[in-house]
Structures are given as structure tokens and as C-alpha cells.
Design a protein around this ligand. Structure first.
Ligand code: NAP
Length: 449
């Protein structure tokens, strides 16, 4: 790696000069460059075509005004985005995020990661991402609907079942997808699979809501199996309490792990007795229906509540960051390692900072990047697209089986490209290279476009 340090630095500097202030995007680019630049060094077909730089430039970016009326009749204005990053292997595919922190840098990092992730799924999907700085928290259903309708009125000009198929992400769940689907159908006058994560009554797929969390646990199972270990009896900590966290916890419980924590932006609950399926049902109701705060769990079940804190100082065997980017930093990584944690599996996108990942590597801990371990969500979105095209619905077991098969295949590809020793796999390297090769070959075949 050290032979290429200068080349990597020059590359990142060039991208930084074109995209100043886009810290999250540059963080994601650097992480990929660190493994791809050494990989292509002796492969002129990739190196001489300047593919990596081309991949860092979105094919297109839309940025638009989203005006809407709140319940008091006042005009509110948000900013909407769609990044169409790379369509070499299929239509753009990637979620929409509604969160006040949303900006161009965050969406570009997500779209960039998505391109590699979608390639890893083995399905024909390009990379995209979008969203808005709209904050659904504290808004009435009516206000969320008004916003979604205004957002989709503009977005509908740029998406379609064969061009760009968005899904959910932070702040965008079944309710928001429903409102946006309704508006797309209304303005375009067609009923097509233009969004995934739809309700079951109108083209959604069984297992899609569960898929990211379930897939993450399936992936971690593969990682542990690879070293003849398993989930049964392991103590686990999970951050977040949204879609990904809920179904990560559910699958962990089903596999005999003891889950000690969940969190939200207000703090962390630490339940020494473990979160059971019954307690998880309370969280699902609290978060998905009542839209309350995780602290209410601590009050109800007499668990500890660590206000304003993340869960990383809780002693555990394995950890699943499932909330947001850069939520697990270098000091947290050191604490996890000191406390005996053996594996960190990203459910969220880029939740671990680069220096935190260095700590995991240094101590040969198992670490899997989100583009591999959380790819089950978009993979099942791909399966939803297939079902929409076929105009039929597969059973829960059929979809779950395919999801498990895909996670196994992603793991196999990561091992192929990232194996360091018999017992140690560099999953960051494996995922980046496996994701890169398919997109790069497709780009080469299609010429300079
Ligand atoms: P979600 O349902 O909206 O839940 C997000 C969770 O993270 C909530 O508990 C939220 O707490 C917490 N959170 C968000 N921003 C935070 C911040 N700045 N600080 C602390 N906590 C924060 O979203 P999700 O779909 O589970 O997505 C979670 C992560 O997984 C994201 O990185 C997303 O990109 C990634 N991901 C999602 C999917 C998918 O299918 N949904 C697929 C692949 C990857 P509050 O409620 O307090 O905000």
C-alpha cells in the first residue's frame, strides 16, 4: 500500500480541488481510492482509462426548490436533490433521505458508495441518491404529505422505472414512499414500479422493510462462519432505532444473540437483560407509529438511559452501527477493542470514521463496510423491481431465500478480493475491488460516455 501513498494523495487532492468543502464525499472517495489505486496499478486497461476519476463525477445532479404550505397556511421552502451517479450497469438506484443535515456532500458520498454497493448485489442497478433538508420530525401527517407531493412534482421529471428508481433512507419510510408514489402516479398518469419500498397493496415486496437489517445479520453470520464462529450467545450492541436497527435487532434475537442497546439522536438505552422480541415490538410501535423517543423504552422497562450518548462504551462481543455516518469515532473504536469486541458490522452507511477503521484493522478485528453488509436493502429493492416487471409477487420465503443467497454471494466476492490470511479478510478492500471491477468493465465496454 505504501508504494502508492503519493499517488493516492494526489488523486484525492485533485478530487478535493473540484469539490471543496464536500467532506463526507471526499472521505468516501479516499476510502475507495486507497484500495482501488493499488489494485489498478498493474492493470493498464483500468488505469489508462481514468475510470476512478470518471466514477467520482456524477453523471448528473438535480437541485431544486420544494415549496409547501404548513398547517398554518405558511409557505415553507426546502431544497431537493437527486444525484444520478453512475448508470453503467443499470438504471440509477438509491434511496431518498429527509433530514435537516442533508446537503450535496452527504448525498454525493451516499451515491458514490451506492454505485459500488449495487454492483456487489449481483443485480443490474446503477448508483443514485437523493433527498431533502426537510425534517419530518414534529410535522403532522398532512404536512409530510404536502411536502412529499411538492418534492415529487419536481422529482418526477427526472425519474422512471427504466431510468432512476428511488427508495427510502433516513426519514423516508412507508408513509413517505406512499405519498410520493401517489403523486408520481398522478402527475405522470402511469402505475409503474418507479419507487421501491412500496406498500404490499400497491406493488411492494415482502421482506423489503426487513431486508437491510436482516441482510446485515446474514452477512455478519457469514463473516463469523468463515472463522468457524457464530452468533449464538454473543452479546451485541446496536445503534439507532429506525428501520435498519429494528430489523438488525430482530434477526440477532432470532439467531440467539443478546442485544444490549439501541439508540436515537437523544441517547442510548442499555438493557442488561437483553432486548426481547416483545420489547422490540414496543420500539417498533414507538418509532414507526407514535414517532416517540427511545428514552420511553428506558422508562417502561427500567433500563439505563445514557442521555446524549452513543452505545460504544457498553461491553459487547459484536457491534452494529445502524444510525448515521461518522457516528463511531476513533476513541469509540479503541473502547470497543479494549472491551473485547471482536467484530463491527456496518448497518448504516459510513458510520465508522477512517481512523476508527484503522483501529479495527490494526487489531485484526472483523470489520465490514456498509457497502457490503447493508446491501441487502437495495438488493431486495432490486427484487421488488423484478416482481413489478413480472407483475407478480413472490412469497416471503422466496424473497428471504434470495436475500440470503445474495448476502452469501457478496461475502464470497469480498473474500475472493480481500483475503489476507486464512483467517483474516480485509472486507473494505474486498468490497471495493469486487464492486469496482463490474462497473469498470461495463464502463469500458460502453466507451467514453
Ligand atoms: P431511519 O429509519 O430514519 O432511522 C435512523 C435512525 O438513526 C434513528 O434512530 C435516528 O434517530 C438515528 N439518527 C439519524 N441521524 C442521526 C444523527 N445525526 N445522530 C444520531 N442519531 C441519528 O433510517 P434507516 O433507514 O434506518 O437508516 C439508517 C442508516 O442505514 C443510514 O445510514 C442509511 O443510509 C442506512 N441504510 C438504510 C437502508 C434502508 O433500507 N433503509 C439501506 C442501506 C443503508 P432519531 O429518530 O432521533 O433521528
Amino acid at each position: 500500500m505504501s508504494n502508492h501513498t503519493k499517488e493516492i494523495a494526489q488523486f484525492v487532492e485533485k478530487i478535493a480541488s473540484k469539490n471543496p468543502h464536500e467532506t463526507e464525499f471526499l472521505q468516501a472517495v479516499e476510502e475507495v481510492a486507497e484500495t482501488i489505486i493499488p489494485f489498478i496499478a498493474d492493470k493498464p486497461k483500468y488505469k489508462d482509462s481514468n475510470l476512478l476519476e470518471t466514477m467520482c463525477e456524477p453523471e448528473r445532479v438535480f437541485m431544486f426548490r420544494v415549496p409547501w404550505l404548513n398547517d398554518k397556511g405558511e409557505v415553507q421552502v426546502n431544497r431537493g436533490y437527486r444525484i444520478q451517479m453512475n448508470s453503467a450497469i443499470g438504471p440509477y438506484k438509491g434511496g431518498l433521505r429527509f433530514h435537516p443535515s442533508v446537503n450535496l456532500s452527504i448525498l454525493k458520498f451516499l451515491a458514490f458508495e451506492q454505485t459500488f454497493k449495487n454492483s456487489l448485489t449481483t443485480l443490474p442497478m446503477g448508483g443514485g441518491k437523493g433527498g431533502s433538508d426537510f425534517n419530518p420530525k414534529g410535522k403532522s401527517d398532512n404536512e409530510v404529505m404536502k411536502f412529499c407531493q411538492s418534492f415529487m412534482t419536481e422529482l418526477s421529471k427526472y425519474i422512471g422505472q427504466f431510468t432512476d428508481v428511488p427508495a427510502g433512507d433516513i426519514g423516508v419510510g412507508g408513509r413517505e414512499i406512499g405519498y410520493m408514489f401517489g403523486q408520481y402516479k398522478r402527475v405522470q398518469g402511469e402505475f409503474t414500479g418507479v419507487l421501491t419500498g412500496k406498500g404490499l397493496q400497491y406493488g411492494g415486496s415482502l421482506i423489503r422493510p426487513e431486508a437491510t437489517g436482516y441482510g446485515c445479520v446474514y452477512f455478519s453470520k457469514e463473516v463469523l462462519n468463515h472463522i468457524n464462529d457464530g452468533l449464538d450467545g454473543k452479546s451485541a450492541i446496536v445503534s439507532g432505532s429506525g428501520n435498519v436497527a429494528q430489523f438488525t435487532v430482530e434477526k440477532l434475537i432470532q439467531n440467539g444473540a443478546k442485544v444490549l442497546s439501541m439508540s436515537d439522536s437523544g441517547g442510548t438505552v442499555y438493557d442488561k437483560d437483553g432486548i426481547t422480541q416483545e420489547k422490540l415490538e414496543f420500539i417498533k410501535e414507538l418509532k414507526n407509529v407514535k414517532r416517540g423517543r427511545i428514552k420511553e423504552y428506558a422508562d417502561k422497562y427500567k433500563a439505563e438511559f445514557h442521555e446524549g450518548k452513543t452505545p460504544w462504551d457498553i461491553k459487547c462481543d459484536i457491534a452494529y452501527p445502524c444510525a448515521t455516518q461518522n457516528e463511531l469515532q476513533v476513541e469509540d473504536a479503541k473502547t470497543l477493542q479494549k472491551n473485547g469486541c471482536i467484530g463491527v458490522f456496518e448497518g448504516a452507511n459510513m458510520p465508522c470514521t477512517a481512523d476508527a477503521i484503522e483501529v479495527f484493522k490494526e487489531h485484526k478485528m472483523m470489520f465490514t463496510p456498509g457497502k457490503a453488509s447493508n446491501a441487502g436493502g437495495v438488493a431486495t429493492s432490486g427484487l421488488e423491481m423484478s416482481q413489478n416487471s413480472l407483475r407478480l409477487s413472490w412469497t416471503r420465503d422466496e424473497v428471504d431465500e434470495r436475500l440470503q443467497g445474495i448476502m452469501k454471494e457478496i461475502h464470497r466476492n469480498c473474500v475472493q478480493h480481500g483475503k489476507v490470511t486464512k483467517d483474516y479478510v480485509d472486507y473494505v478492500k474486498g468490497a471495493n475491488i469486487a464492486g469496482f471491477v463490474k462497473v469498470a468493465d461495463a464502463m469500458l465496454a460502453q466507451g467514453c460516455v
